[in-house]
Design a protein around this ligand. Structure first.
Ligand code: GLA
Length: 383
């Protein structure tokens, strides 16, 4: 996909609306290095914001309406009345995120101001790189700029999550919005999803992040996702805890015979993944490649065997990367699962070998077409 810039989106605004915008904002997508399905269990995640964004150019109107245009949807336009009760439109896609964000912001006392907004993104949508969270964060930045209201990055992230949970209908955790809001250049963020504290973990200067889109369309994501979340909550309830964060691995292992098999495996993924995420943050900080590779391999196996969220083509892709990396590349599926992307972390010198192996073998072995995305850890929308 063609990359965009503030200047380019400003031009697009001008050619659509006939006047120049007063400002342009952008919010990044993300890649999660490790810590999958742990966020809504009060656990740890280690994502990085990436150098692909949703951009919004905007200008004030004198009224209480938002007029929004989406470049990636053939300039489809919608009008949102800031003072109306927002109604979910089942036939709409991107505009429900707008309605959800407006509803949450109004509910939380933001006055907001009418404006013309031109939205454009260079994130591969449907890839599991959080184009929706980046749309929410870009919107909140654009809307607060228009109305000159202040907002904290974590508050913005919570608002985006609330829009998805309460309006769009996805029971997602906080990771995607928080990293899109607070990401840092050259670093991943270790986030404790229990108290939302974050710690920047620099990516060693000579390492790179390679994302490979598997070409597998993410199917059944919402229903399977919400079901995994329920299963985790059931497992936590068995131990009388509000979330799995309150359960120790030893406690879980001791209760194996009493728990149903599925709850046990789901909880084992989450509890072992929390530890792997802490180990990965340490490995990244110390530049300990062997240790990072080990936990990424284990994370993928756990997602495949205990959490059951990988698909055969993705398993093949991870295997191709692991073989080509010869122990010098960590690779695992990233994101919610059931398709989407694989992430690899390796010294820059190893990356061409990984890319070549994917080009040579992936389509042959799976019939799916891969897309290689070289990603850089980037700044968040509010950083
Ligand atoms: C999706 C959700 C996140 C997180 C991941 C899985 O991206 O939006 O909150 O749960 O899946 O780690």
């Amino acid at each position: 996909m063609k990359t965009l810039s503030n200047a380019r989106v400003s031009e697009l605004f001008e050619s659509y609306f006939g006047t120049a915008p007063v400002g342009t904002v952008k919010a990044p997508g993300r890649v999660n290095l490790i810590g999958e399905h742990t966020d809504y269990n009060g656990g740890f995640v280690l994502p990085a914001a990436i150098n692909y964004h949703t951009y919004i150019a905007f200008a004030l109107r004198g009224d209480r309406q938002l007029r929004l245009v989406a470049y990636n949807f053939d300039n489809e336009s919608v009008v949102v009345d800031l003072d109306a009760v927002q109604v979910h439109d089942t036939n709409a896609s991107w505009s429900n995120y707008v309605r959800g964000v407006v509803q949450e912001m109004r509910k939380q006392g933001f006055k907001l101001a009418g404006g013309d907004l031109y939205i454009a993104g260079d994130l591969h949508s449907g890839a599991g790189l959080s184009s929706s969270a980046s749309l929410e964060m870009a919107l909140i930045r654009a809307l607060t700029s228009l109305s000159q209201e202040q907002i904290e990055p974590t508050q913005a992230a919570l608002m985006g999550q609330a829009a998805e949970n309460n309006f769009v209908g996805c029971n997602c955790g906080i990771m995607d919005q928080l990293i899109s809001a607070r990401g840092q250049e050259h670093a991943a963020l270790l986030i404790d999803c229990q108290d939302l504290s974050t710690r920047a973990v620099p990516v060693p200067a000579d390492w790179e992040i390679l994302i490979v889109h598997s070409g597998v369309k993410r199917g059944l994501v919402d229903s399977e996702y919400n079901q995994r979340r329920q299963q985790c909550e059931q497992a936590a309830a068995f131990f009388g805890q509000p979330s799995l964060r309150g359960v120790e691995l030893a406690q879980l292992l001791a209760a194996e015979a009493e728990l149903d098999e599925l709850s046990f495996r789901r909880a084992r993924h989450v509890l072992t993944e929390n530890q792997r995420t802490l180990d990965a943050a340490k490995a990244l900080a110390e530049g300990n490649l062997a240790s990072l590779v080990k936990v990424m391999v284990e994370s993928h196996a756990s997602m495949r065997d205990d959490f059951n969220i990988t698909v055969p083509a993705i398993d093949t892709l991870v295997n191709i990367l692991a073989v080509a990396g010869e122990g010098k590349a960590g690779a695992r599926m990233t994101g919610g699962g059931f398709g989407g992307c694989v992430v690899a972390v390796a010294p820059a010198a190893v990356i061409p070998r990984l890319a070549a192996a994917v080009e040579a073998h992936y389509q042959d072995q799976t019939g799916c077409i891969p897309t290689l995305i070289r990603a850089k850890a980037s700044a968040g929308a509010f950083a």
